[in-house]
Design a protein around this ligand. Structure first.
Ligand code: ADP
Ligand code: ADP
Ligand code: MG
Length: 550
């Protein structure tokens, strides 16, 4: 009833043991009686990029609003009007005091890249990208920003017709051009493909004024790893309360997060650790080689769609295998998936996949399902058994993704992340030979990405099925897949899909195209971007090993 669960937590696998009593001293904000409670805040550090990592509904956006002055925290007293003096009193003697004093005295100017960029066209209404950038260019860096973010081709477009990725780039560019002392980027990676994400990270690192306070909230771990100097992790019970962790160095913070244990606060935030080390052992590959039955294959394929031409090299997939697909936006990944599913017929070539039992999650999800209303009803229609708590599918998919907590909700009212999880779950609980998931990580938080990645692997192995996953999240792909296909070419004109190959080889090619080097962390095995020009970056370039696979 108090909202703080000590042992068995209804939320996902998050388990919070030994929640210290002193926690109430850290209560920063409470929305209303029985409303969400926020404990602690990410520490502002001048000249450092502070990365914020954690599940949806844990108070990240609330904290950003407090740090930008949009909300004056009520310190838990939601009955009286918030007071600046009380806030300053509360923080006296801490690092926050100076920050809030200056913020409230308007000595600090805030620049905020909001999370919901979809709202931008409605308040800008009219104007081309070029006109908007001209207007906001306080730092006189327009040329640099356009070049860094590759915006030349979108300059003359009107805001009303921009794609999600273009809108995101515009929002980031606008924030960079403003002259501020506090920069907040709330989920800058949404809608961006892998290349654009890395590009964005490099741009922020290069162009943000380093004498300012900078916060980046994001769900892409590899991006945060590259971008952030320090990491703060939020945990708790989404929608009920959220706690900000102490500040960790980026590297250790991400490792602690993946391991599910925060040493400074002695807090277990997840039961299962996520390990990236399996690639080295080759255990999993051996497993597939042994069971090795080829499940389906496709020949070289060609498909023309108006002005777009897709060519795909032949390939095959084994039982138990997960195949990843990566490449920029509008390069033909979805088109290839639709050929495998039989929704599109290739102009040249064939695939044997269409003869098998298929389960497909499209990239764009429908909010209206005619035959059912609630999550539970819809899932029951697909596989009644999977809703039985003792059934393995319940444990491996429904529970793992936290979909059990959505049962009574109506599909129409789900948030973006919840809708995605519902669709991933309904795709994976079907009985099929081949599963195809088009961008399962979009809109979902980092905690759920890990759950999705685990569910995918489990289903492939336990069902001896094959799974295709298209995604832009490097860590998810690295964790979940056995082999990888890269799609290259000229977006919207011409796409070229390569045969599946080992993750190492495919990443190497991809990164070479992007001009970036990535190493595998010695301790954790997770992939990390090398800082351009660093010793490792130069060393790997010399060897031609853009993805260093020890
Ligand atoms: P995050 O950014 O981590 O997803 P938010 O800070 O947006 O989390 O939200 C944390 C919780 O606070 C959510 O449960 C949300 O419903 C609740 N919340 C956010 N804004 C308000 C508000 N204005 N009034 C009441 N509750 C709110
Ligand atoms: P990706 O999944 O890699 O983002 P898609 O396969 O969705 O790319 O699309 C590749 C290109 O083909 C895009 O330019 C897209 O607009 C175009 N396209 C996709 N489907 C059709 C269609 N049915 N008719 C015409 N053009 C299409
Ligand atoms: Mg697509």
């Amino acid at each position: 009833a108090c909202g703080i669960c000590i042992k068995k937590c209804p939320f996902k696998a998050i388990r919070i043991v030994n929640l210290p009593e002193e926690i109430e001293e850290n209560l920063i904000h409470r929305y209303a009686q029985n409303g969400f409670k926020l404990y602690g805040l990410p520490v502002p550090i001048k000249g450092k990029i502070v990365g914020v990592l954690g599940p949806n509904g844990a108070g990240k956006t609330t904290a950003m609003k407090i740090l930008s002055g949009g909300i004056i925290p009520n310190l838990g007293d939601y009955t009286s009007a918030p007071s600046i003096d009380r806030v300053l009193d509360k923080f006296r003697g801490t690092i926050f005091y100076d920050y809030f004093k200056k913020l409230y005295a308007k000595e600090l100017k805030v620049v905020h890249k909001i999370q919901y960029i979809e709202l931008i066209p409605s308040y800008i209404r009219k104007g081309t990208v070029r006109e908007i950038l001209d207007k906001v260019d306080e730092r006189k860096m327009k040329k640099d920003v356009i070049e860094f973010l590759n915006m030349e081709l979108m300059l003359d477009k009107d805001v009303s017709i921009l794609s999600g990725g273009e809108l995101q780039k515009l929002a980031i560019a606008v924030a960079l051009l403003r002259d501020g002392n506090i920069y907040i980027f709330d989920e800058p990676s949404s809608y961006l493909d892998l290349k654009e994400r890395l590009n964005m990270a490099i741009t922020l690192r290069e162009l943000l004024p380093m004498d300012s306070y900078i916060f980046v909230v994001d769900h892409d771990l590899m991006l945060l790893d590259y971008l952030a100097d320090q990491i703060v992790i939020t945990y708790g019970v989404p929608g009920v309360y959220g706690i900000f962790s102490k500040v960790y160095s980026t590297n250790s913070g991400i490792d602690y997060y993946l391991n599910g244990y925060l040493p400074s606060e002695n807090m277990k935030i997840r039961d299962e650790a996520v390990s990236f080390k399996f690639h080295e052992t080759r255990e999993e590959f051996t497993y597939i080689e042994k069971t090795g039955e080829v499940l389906c294959s496709w020949s070289d394929l060609v498909k023309k769609l108006d002005n777009f031409v897709l060519t795909v090299e032949h390939g095959e997939v084994h039982r138990g295998e997960v195949i990843g697909i990566v490449g920029p936006n509008a390069i033909g990944k979805t088109t290839f998936i639709r050929i495998l599913v039989g929704e599109l017929t290739p102009d040249e070539g064939f695939t044997t996949s269409t003869a098998l039992k298929l389960s497909y999650k499209p990239q764009y999800l429908k909010r209206k399902i005619d035959s059912c209303i609630t999550v539970e009803e819809c899932l029951k229609d697909i596989n009644r058994e999977a809703l039985n708590e003792d059934h393995w599918l319940y444990q491996e998919v429904i529970k793992r993704l936290g979909v059990d907590r959505l049962f009574k909700k109506e599909i129409e009212n789900l948030s973006g992340g919840e809708l995605q999880k519902f669709y991933v779950a309904q795709t994976l609980i079907r009985d099929a030979d081949i599963y195809l998931l088009d961008e399962p990580s979009s809109h979902i938080d980092v905690e759920d990405q890990l759950s999705v990645a685990r569910a995918i692997k489990k289903i492939a192995r336990l069902r001896k099925a094959a799974i295709f996953v298209v995604d832009h999240n490097f860590l998810l792909i690295d964790y979940a897949v056995d082999r990888l296909m890269t799609f290259i070419g000229i977006p919207t004109k011409k796409g070229y899909g390569k045969s599946p190959t080992t993750v190492g080889k495919a990443f190497n090619e991809l990164l070479k195209e992007l001009g970036l080097t990535v190493r595998r962390d010695k301790e954790s095995g997770r992939p990390r971007i090398n800082k351009p020009g660093s010793y490792l970056d130069r060393y790997q370039r010399e060897l031609g090993m853009f993805f260093y696979y020890e």
